[in-house]
Design a protein around this ligand. Structure first.
Ligand code: ADP
Ligand code: NI
Length: 208
């Protein structure tokens, strides 16, 4: 018999099958796997972490125009989860996203782990691939010498920024390592961050 985790996987497989912005099904699966790995070191609610990590992007404003986490609610209600569990999962999903200087640190260890797991998939080799896929799908240039990176953007400015994709490394990706909540994620982030820095250094070397 299929368990709830398999049913949620099936749900997100369908939801993300037409995504070419770096938020495809396998992004959610990697976030889930990252979260499971970090969770082993903590006394925490594994079921809540599993579900929130698999559903963390199903109501993302960049991807869907739901307004009150309707997609997450729909599948969790269908699977007969209790209301207070659903609200806990939604709280985690709400807090997970990077919003420039409006980002939040989740209050619970479960929320902190899911946030770290998502941020790990934004950096390193996969992070580089996702970032250029995102930029291309949003009609952004790879590089423009006339547009400088901007840090410290608000959530609104961050979302509406039309900057060249290479700037995203300065605006977000290089900041993530030091924003990790857990020691386990920080250790993984250090390696991935170094790899990205080498990539960007080589990128500018070739340009100049
Ligand atoms: P978050 O909700 O924190 O933004 P996501 O899991 O939705 O995290 O993924 C964000 C990823 O999408 C980024 O790491 C990057 O790869 C891509 N992305 C988002 N915004 C931009 C942008 N302005 N330019 C380039 N890539 C972006
Ligand atoms: Ni994500």
């Amino acid at each position: 018999m299929m368990d709830n985790i398999d049913k949620i996987k099936e749900y997100i497989f369908d939801l993300f099958k037409n995504d070419f912005t770096g938020h495809d099904y396998y992004h959610s699966i990697r976030v889930y796997n990252n979260a499971m790995k970090i969770s082993k070191k903590y006394n925490c609610d594994i079921e809540l972490i599993s579900i929130a990590s698999l559903l963390h992007d199903v109501d993302d404003v960049k991807l869907f125009n739901t307004t009150n986490y309707e997609n997450a609610r729909f599948i969790l209600e269908k699977l007969n989860y209790q209301n207070d569990f659903i609200e806990k999962a939604i709280k985690i999903i709400k807090d997970v996203s990077f919003k420039g200087k409006d980002s939040v640190i989740p209050e619970t260890i479960e929320g902190q782990i899911v946030q770290d797991a998502d941020r790990l998939d934004a950096i390193g080799a996969i992070g580089i691939a996702r970032t250029f896929a995102f930029g291309g799908s949003h009609n952004r240039p790879i590089y423009d010498p006339n547009v400088m990176p901007r840090v410290n953007m608000s959530s609104e400015e961050y979302r509406n920024s039309n900057n060249p994709t290479i700037n995203h490394f300065y605006e977000k990706l290089f900041l993530l390592k030091d924003l990790m909540n857990t020691k386990e994620a920080y250790e993984i982030a250090k390696q991935r961050d170094e790899f990205m820095k080498n990539f960007v250094e080589e990128f500018y070397k070739e340009i100049n």
